[in-house]
Ligand binder design. Structure first.
Ligand code: AR6
Length: 168
């Protein structure tokens, strides 16, 4: 049975096998959690990301973590919220599933997610958390053994905690 943790903190500090980056389709960095991850990992991360020539929304790519405590970074561009009419829920779920798949393929026991798409991309927080949790709860493979939802505010963490309390 997979272990799920909800924490409030900076994802760049986590000592886990892989952290997920809420990237954009260029994979060449940006603001928010993406900026924080690139700053903490150092310039080699950008060089590693260039090789992908971008990534479509909902897909995911993996790189080393370089100077981060995490061994890997899984980069996934979430959907921009347009009111829910442009397959946003399906694309957001794909971000979580494709990240879990890459973690598994790379033998990761622990994986940490930020609240993908809920910052600059404007996805409603409650709806996004429901999708994130549903995707993780329906993951039945052995790896990763532990998933951490690394929220950046206590308010976000509370959304996950109450959803988890309902579901488990
Ligand atoms: N650790 C954990 N979570 C964080 C951190 C951190 N260090 N910093 C911010 N967050 P956002 P998006 C939270 O805007 O909505 C970038 O420019 C933040 O509070 O980073 O998917 C990319 O390059 C929020 O809850 O990502 C894209 O262009 C969550 O991370 C675009 O933003 C996601 O907010 C992606 O937008």
């Amino acid at each position: 049975m997979m272990k799920i943790e909800v924490i409030c903190g900076d994802i760049t500090q986590l000592e886990v096998c892989a952290i997920v980056n809420a990237a954009n389709c260029t994979l060449l960095g940006g603001g928010g959690v993406d900026g924080a991850i690139h700053r903490a990992a150092g310039p080699d991360l950008l060089e590693a990301c260039r090789k992908f020539n971008g990534c479509q929304t909902g897909e995911a790519r993996i790189t080393p973590g370089f100077r981060l405590p995490a061994k890997f970074v899984i980069h996934t561009p979430g959907p921009v919220w347009h009111g829910g009419t442009r397959r946003e829920p399906e694309l957001l779920r794909a971000c979580y599933e494709n990240s879990l798949t890459l973690a598994e393929e790379n033998n990761c026991r622990s994986l940490a997610f930020p609240c993908i798409s809920t910052g600059v991309y404007g996805y409603p927080k409650q709806a996004a958390a429901e999708i994130a949790l549903a995707a993780v709860l329906s993951w039945k493979n052995k790896l990763p053994e532990k998933v951490i939802f690394c929220c950046f505010s206590e308010r976000d963490a509370e959304i996950y905690r109450s959803l988890l309390a309902e579901k488990l």
